[in-house]
Design a protein around this ligand. Sequence first.
Ligand code: AMP
Length: 280
Amino acid sequence: MQVIESIEEMQTVAMQLRFGGHLIGLVPTMGNLHDGHISLIKQAKEKSDKVIVTIFVNPKQFGPSEDFAEYPRTWKEDLKKCEDNGVDIIFHPSAEAMFPKDFSTYLNEETVSEVMCGISRPSHFKGVTTVCLKLFNLVRPDFSFFGQKDAQQCAVIKKIVRDLNIPTEIKIGETIREPDGLALSSRNQYLTKLQREDALSISKALTKAKDLVDSGIKSTDRIIAEIIHMLSQKRRIRIIYVQVVDRETMQAAKTVLQNQTIACVAVWVDDVRLIDNIVF
Ligand code: AMP
C-alpha cells in the first residue's frame, strides 16, 4: 500500500494507473475509519482494480463553531485498517496543500444543498462539493463511493456530477449500523453512555416510520409526526429537522414512493450533532 501526501504525486500516479488500463475506485473519507467506511472500501474493491482512499479532515466543510479541532484523527489505526482491507493507495494531503492561503474557487450547488443540513450548516455543502471536485480532478476515478448515511451529501454529489459532466460514476453504499441500530459515525464517540441511550431513539423512530409505511400509511405528515413524537420523549434530544423527502431532489414529499422517498433526521444529543435516515 502506498501513502501519498503530495497533490502532484497523486495526480501523476492516478494518471499512470489510468493509462495502465486500471479501473480506479475512490473512497473519500475524513479518516477515523469504522465499518461504514470499510464497507465502502469493500464495494470499491469489488468494482475496481485500484482502490484509493482519501483521508482528509476537510476544514472547508466545518462551520466556525463546529468540531473541526476536536474531530477524531486516528492515523495509525486508519493505516492498518486500509492495509488489512487491501487498499492500494491512501491519499493524505495537508490542509495547506489542498487549500493554500490564496485559494478562492468554490463549487456551489444551489438546489439540493439548500434544504435540511444546508440550512443548519450554511457553508457545509460548499466545502464538501469543492473538496470532492478537487479529489475527482486529482484521482479521475471511474467509480466514487459514498454512504447513504449522509443522504443529502449523496444527492448533492450526484447532482454536481450530473450538472458538470464529471466523468465518474457515483456508487452509494447502505448505512452500516451498530447491532442495536445506531448508525456508525465518527461523532458517536463524543457520546456519553446516557447520551448514547437517547441517541438510539433516532434509529428506533426511523424504524417505526418504516413500519408505518409497510403497514400501508403513505401520508408523510403522519410519518413526520410519529418520528417527532418518539424523539421528543428523550430529555437530551433537540430536533434540528425531521423531513420526508425525495432521495434525489431532497424536496419534501407529500406521499411515500417505494425506494424513492426517505425520512431524514438531524438532532442535537446535548452538544453532539447526529444525522440519520431511512429509505422507504
Ligand atoms: P466521513 O469520514 O464521515 O466523511 O465519511 C466518509 C464516507 O463514509 C461518506 O461517504 C459517508 O457517507 C460514509 N459513511 C459514514 N458513516 C457511514 C455508515 N454508518 N454507513 C455507511 N457509510 C458511512
